[in-house]
Design a protein around this ligand. Structure first.
Ligand SMILES: Cc1cc2nc3c(=O)[nH]c(=O)nc-3n(C[C@H](O)[C@H](O)[C@H](O)COP(=O)(O)O)c2cc1C
Length: 219
């Protein structure tokens, strides 16, 4: 396919969203409950990796970066993922503890956007989750100096093999630089695709007293 055909193909790629709507009367007044309802529906629909989400972070001077991570826990405190605290995202969060999350559940024609500030989860929460991971994933956390330049694939595999020999199926401690972050939302937007691009968008904003205001946004 040449570039011109590709451009035309891209311009012609479009899908009308027709599955369902989201009304103010249907939406739960508590956005965490609303998220739980949609997440359960994503699970029931057997979507591939429904807990995969994009997280955007930024340097203190506002240069944004984004990547996928996996949601591993959520409750009224916020949305938790695990990573290497020394990674690019970890360093950005340390200096500028703000983030935006995006879920896209294509088969349900739904998007959820979350913005808020970020805190580390407790050491205990990180330990508990780390110990629940498979042996090789625990070693992977030690083997990978995430986001640093590495000389070759072999270097990584050698480090991994050395760790396999060292720990030999014994208990692997959590690396001090590895753990969870919690995104504590100030805004959560639920987006349901609708025909003719007249989508439903309900934005929940956290008020000073901890309650949530719901507003409909223009699509
Ligand atoms: C579906 C998917 C899930 C991922 N989950 C995680 C995760 O939970 N934690 C993580 O650190 N990286 C995860 N990654 C890798 C990140 O996208 C990214 O490559 C890595 O964290 C380094 O990002 P950074 O250099 O911006 O810090 C995932 C990637 C994909 C495609």
């Amino acid at each position: 396919m040449n570039q011109k055909t590709m451009t035309r193909t891209l311009a012609d790629l479009r899908k009308d969203y027709t599955l369902q709507g989201l009304s103010e009367t249907d939406a739960n007044p508590n956005p965490f409950i609303q998220f739980q309802i949609w997440f359960q529906q994503a699970l029931a629909a057997q979507l591939p990796e429904p807990n995969a989400m994009t997280i955007a972070t930024a340097t203190p001077d506002g240069k944004p970066t984004a990547r996928m991570v996996l949601l591993k826990d959520f409750d009224e405190r916020g949305f938790v993922f695990f990573t290497n605290y020394n990674s690019q995202k970890g360093q950005q969060i340390a200096k500028n503890p703000q983030a935006a999350l995006v879920f896209w559940w294509a088969e349900l024609e739904r998007q959820v956007r979350i913005t808020g500030h970020v805190e580390k989860v407790s050491e205990q929460e990180s330990d508990e989750y780390f110990q629940s991971r498979p042996f090789d994933s625990r070693l992977g956390a030690w083997a990978s100096h995430q986001s640093e330049v590495i000389g070759s694939r072999e270097e990584l595999e050698q480090r991994f093999q050395q760790l396999q020999a060292k720990y030999n199926n014994q208990e692997v401690p959590r690396p001090p630089y590895w753990g969870g972050f919690r995104v504590i939302p100030t805004e959560i937007e639920f987006w349901q695709g609708r025909p003719s691009r007249l989508h439903d968008r309900l934005l929940y904003t956290r008020l000073q007293d901890g309650s949530w205001k719901i507003q409909r946004l223009s699509p």
